[in-house]
Design a protein around this ligand. Structure first.
Ligand code: RTP
Ligand code: MG
Length: 139
């Protein structure tokens, strides 16, 4: 079954949205295959968001994602990557449809509550940044 990496970003943790977000995925029928709380180092953040290095928002993005603890989740299920992306909503909450996670709980692009891998290849790379093989339970 396909796996994807979800991060409840520091703003989502601060707003108390971990249960709400995990609950939405579980109710949809997706499975939690791995779960942990951690505060990312700058090195880890730069690796995770490596594709955005050099862009004007990169430093702010690293500052934000390292600003406090986040919750990293391996979500598993049929078409987990696109299904999670659809449930997250558009990157900029101005454009996120109501009913999506960002559309219901976020207002600005700089603090948009949640990350989800954008492809199967990204998911594999990103899961490897946060989890060892022994920390993942196939469901
Ligand atoms: P994420 O990686 O966090 O799941 O978000 P995403 O795929 O929807 O968006 P992506 O293009 O990968 O951008 C990563 C994060 O960088 C911030 N961003 N700011 N100011 C801007 O133009 C801009 N563009 C992107 C957002 O916080 C986005 O989630
Ligand atoms: Mg992205």
């Amino acid at each position: 079954m396909e796996k994807t990496l979800v991060l409840v970003k520091p703003d989502g943790v601060n707003k108390g949205l971990c249960g709400e977000i995990i609950g939405r995925f579980e109710k949809r029928g997706l499975k939690i295959a791995g779960l942990k709380m951690l505060q990312m180092s700058r090195e880890l953040a730069q690796r995770h968001y490596g594709e955005h290095e050099g862009k004007p928002f990169f430093n702010g993005l690293v500052n934000f994602i390292t600003s406090g603890p986040l919750v990293a989740i391996v979500v598993q299920g049929e078409n987990a990557v696109p299904v999670v992306r659809a449930m997250m909503g558009a990157t900029n909450p101005v454009d996120s449809a109501p009913g999506t996670i960002r559309g219901d709980f976020a207002l600005t692009i700089d603090s948009n509550i949640i990350h989800g891998s954008d492809s199967a290849a990204s998911a594999e790379r990103e899961i490897g940044i946060f989890f060892t093989a022994g920390e993942i339970y196939n469901r």
